[in-house]
Design a protein around this ligand. Sequence first.
Ligand code: FES
Ligand code: FES
Length: 161
Amino acid sequence: MPAKTPVAFTLNGRPVAAFADPGGNLLDLLRRGLGDLSPKWGCGQGGCGACTVLLDGAPHLACVTLAETVEGRSVETTAGLARGPDLHPLQEAFIDGFAAQCGYCTPGMLMAAKALLDANPAPSRDEVVEAISGNLCRCTGYEPIVDAILAAAERVRGRAA
Ligand code: FES
Ligand code: FES
């Protein structure tokens, strides 16, 4: 049996280490290896965005990312968005704007949106639509999600002012 590969990286600001299966993907390493169930398994083929995480701040699909490629890098998931009892502005806006129904797409949406707002806290509506264009939602029709991301951007700018 091929040997597993040790992988050490930062997960939501905390150093972690785990063993990756040969050819194993990051989604499996996070969920089964480290117990972070916030990134979701949807299609497993790079087509739905439910598994979106941030790698060094940029959105990536964990289901099609080789686990061993995150060695030494920063990985962010929805599990790291809140600061203690304080939700991230995106989480607050999604709740207030009823932007989640079944919620299965929500972690991926939040991470795609976080990457956008971290880089551009004043996005246009078109830029929001583009940022989440790889994330599928079967429930909401997308409009509440786009509205929530724009509302979160306002909150982010308000906190920074
Ligand atoms: S589970 Fe990764 S893109 Fe669908
Ligand atoms: S809220 Fe159900 S898939 Fe988006």
